[in-house]
Design a protein around this ligand. Sequence first.
Ligand code: HEM
Length: 458
Amino acid sequence: MTLPNGPKTTGKLAFLRRFKLIFRPLEYLDDYAQTYGDIIKIGGEKSAPFVYLSNPEGIRQILATDPELFVVGKGNRILRFLVGDNSLLLMDGHAHQRQRQLVMPTFHSDRLKDYSQLIWNITQQSTAQWPIGKPFAIRPTMQEITLQVILQVVFGVYQEERSQRLRQLITALLDSFDTPISSSMIFFSFLQKDWGAWSPWGRFLRLKQQIKELIYEEIRERRSKMQDLGAFNSNYTDILSLLLSAKDEAGQTMTDEELHDNLMSLLIAGHETTASALVWAFYWVNRDPEVRDNLRQELDSLGENPTPLEIAKLSYLNAVCAETLRIYPIVPSAFIRVAKSPLEIMGYQFPAGSAFALSIYLLHQREDLYPSAKQFKPERFLAKKYPAHEYLPFGGSNRRCIGSALALLEMKLVLANIISRFDLKLQHNRPVKPVRRGLTFAPPGNLKMIAKPRSCLN
Ligand code: HEM
């Protein structure tokens, strides 16, 4: 049976490979692509292979294959420690489809209009205390904004004290994986040992437990409030209320555990990624004054006090966000698709059990699709509309990111709000590369900027 080329992967080499994937993920992918091309087979000698795919036609074929022919949720087992067993991220088939359908309407672009003013106001508040003229790390502000937004989407308006506590705990929980070294806890199970509250894993477990208790409290209170109202009240449009009122075919509602795992999944998936994308956006826009000036010109063309919805429609702003997600995608590859039966892709015959990773990073670096791929050029998204198999920041088919429209809306509004009020400068103007942050590729957490009120000369 013909299979594509790839490295030999036995014994020590396999361990070293994992090490490089954690600590130098971009070099790892670039080296492989240079040596083996855009379809790379890893393993496959004794068992089914793992395949990195960045060939657009190969990606098109995978995305066009009936999703029922793949197992995906099981491949996401690595996330179990964070989201629990009942998360839609870990499901397949009917159960996955059902959970997706329940939450999707909330993230539809029509519904999101209601959130645009909220995003605008949160940005205004979160930047009000920026230290003027002094270097400061920009990530915490971006994380604060995106976390506040997702909490509102998931829980609606609720007790401020609990919301604040939840924000602190979730931020601390995710900061447990904010460097490549701490991220290695996710990949090496022997590091997952509870040596007490001061050990990294012990601290993580305790934070997770506190978050769980708060979410359970919220579920119990909301359930009893909704019961008091007698029936589902259409004033509640947040996800918790939708899930609380949902029933399966047998008329059963979700258990507290199912609710918790799904809320947690949305909270986690729904803000760190967008925060990283925003930090990159500020990095690129402020490295190239021409991009920033073009953005401001476009914003100014809307006149005084445009509405957030008018802003969200701007085409250059959209192109800047698209290019930000192209050049350094936050999620380096889509969820792994494991073939349930033998499958032909790009003329190769893959056995059942073959695992396909669609490499978003390598796809986005292709010179044939993106000339001068290492350069930040928003214009390419004005000149061409890329199909899904050429541009994949949010993945595709039945697992396509649920929150893509929300993430883009947040990116546009936060960027527009801040560049129209502040002149930002990078503290150091040297190039910055992505680093591993858990399962994502993010800008270094200590990326610093200097803010001044926008000068009238611009
Ligand atoms: C810039 C920000 C974001 C990026 C780059 C991103 C990227 C992705 C990617 C690549 C996938 C996997 C898709 C696949 O394998 O085909 C995914 C899945 C998912 N994302 Fe996002 N995401 C972002 C923001 C969000 C937000 C704001 C939410 C809000 C809830 C969210 C919720 C999810 C969920 C629930 C899934 C799993 C979908 C499923 O399994 O059916 N993401 N995302």
